[in-house]
Design a protein around this ligand. Structure first.
Ligand code: NAD
Ligand code: TYD
Length: 368
């Protein structure tokens, strides 16, 4: 059953219908790409971006679409039960795409409770508001929960996460996301709330906060600062360009059956050390530096506590059922990403001043 048809052949169903979609965490990295896609692609929808603007939220990410008439920003913290419910009363949403979260594993190790508050309680508030305001009149409604492959735990040298892989989260971040996934399914089972969940691998691309590996290294290479590699750099992640993730979310939101889960991945596994070396090579070329000069910045530092070894996604279900596959090859995606960071110097400067400097000192001062 298609709730909201998105392909061009069925777009006529939407004529005259105003769909009100709440996108939480829309000022963050992935959320801003999802908001932009929806605002531009669906002029008949009203997109309401709900974001608390934590350190990771930045309205600069949405400058190009902020004046569009089908876009509204609501500065609300989803852990605030009363304000969250008020938004549901005010806007009468047809759908929710929930991305707001604390998202960085290292921060979850130093401050687990804020992850539990936002990722577990915040999700619970959204579910509760959806249920209360939608009543039992669920027809045409949808709660889409955006989650991570990290809920499945850590792989050895072989194998892939499928939608049937048992949950085995190992960090406070992944545990809090797993708890939120369970809550969404529980509301589906108990209250028949129409939901969809997707679990995606590591994203990269423009607008990512430079605490995560790729933008952190781009920033440090640019400034000739050490590139901190945890442990021996042998951990493996599967990388996906953020716009490909946004397109998958669009497709799943509009075309999935209720109650389904889809894994999304890039078919793109890299050891951290190889990834950082590739970044160094590309940046040497872009910055006109001597070949091999940025690699000298690589510095092996103390490993992350409980560091998951390998993530790898089997994304065949979303490919077979909905026809989604990643569109960019990794080197192209990395080049686009580097170009964006080199061009958007003011953005980078503003997010790496102030609080970021304190975070950086606390996170890395022992080792570099
Ligand atoms: P991000 O940290 O860049 O952005 C999170 C956004 O949520 C920010 O705008 C922030 O202000 C907002 N937010 C945080 N707490 C909030 C609260 N209490 N109330 C309202 N807003 C709040 O995160 P991201 O990397 O864009 O990730 C978005 C979602 O995708 C998360 O749910 C994450 O678990 C999931 N995900 C991320 C990745 C990845 O590689 N980044 C991969 C798979 C899944
Ligand atoms: P990260 O971007 O934080 O994403 P996640 O932990 O969600 O996978 O980290 C990606 C990989 O890079 C992970 O194996 C940890 C490693 N890493 C480093 O080696 N050094 C760093 O400074 C950071 C932030 C990450």
């Amino acid at each position: 059953m298609n709730l909201f048809h998105s392909n061009s052949s069925s777009n006529h169903y939407l004529c005259g219908l105003m769909k009100k979609i709440a996108i939480t965490g829309g000022a963050g990295f992935i959320g801003s790409h999802v908001v932009r896609l929806f605002v531009n692609k669906y002029p008949d929808y009203q997109i309401v971006n709900i974001d608390a603007l934590t350190y990771a939220g930045n309205l600069e990410n949405l400058k190009d679409i902020e004046k569009n008439t089908n876009y509204v920003f609501e500065h609300v913290d989803i852990t605030d039960e009363r304000k969250t419910e008020h938004l549901f009363v005010k806007h009468q949403f047809d759908g929710v795409i929930h991305l707001a979260a604390e998202s960085h594993v290292d921060r979850s190790i130093t401050d687990p409770l804020s992850f539990i508050k936002t990722n577990v309680m915040g999700t619970a508030n959204l579910l509760q508001s959806s249920r209360k305001i939608w009543g039992d009149a669920y027809s045409g409604k949808r709660f889409y929960h955006v989650s991570t492959d990290e809920v499945y735990g850590s792989l050895g040298d072989t194998g892939f996460f499928t939608e049937a892989t048992p949950y085995d989260p190992k960090s406070p971040y992944s545990s809090s996301k797993a708890a939120s996934d369970h809550l969404v399914r529980a509301y589906g089972n108990t209250y028949k709330l129409p939901f969809v969940i997707s679990n995606c691998s590591n994203n990269y691309g423009p607008n990512q906060f430079p605490e995560k590996l790729i933008p952190l290294c781009i920033h440090n290479i640019k400034n000739n600062k050490p590139l901190p590699i945890y442990g021996e750099g042998k951990n493996i992640r599967d990388w996906l360009y953020v716009e490909d993730h946004a397109k998958a979310i669009d497709l799943i939101f509009h075309n999935s059956e209720n109650g389904k889960t889809y894994n999304i991945g890039g078919h793109n596994e890299y050891q951290n050390i190889d990834l950082v070396k590739t970044l160094c090579t590309l940046m040497d070329q872009k910055l006109g530096r001597e070949k091999g000069s940025s690699e000298k910045l690589i510095t092996f530092v103390k490993d992350r506590a409980g560091h998951d070894m390998r993530y790898a996604i089997d994304a065949s279900k979303v490919a077979e059922e909905l026809g989604w596959t990643p569109s960019l090859v990794f080197e192209t995606g990395l080049e686009k990403t580097i170009d964006w960071y080199l061009k958007n110097t003011e953005w980078l400067k503003s997010v790496t001043s102030g609080q970021y400097q304190d975070y950086y000192k606390t996170q890395y001062s022992e080792s570099i």
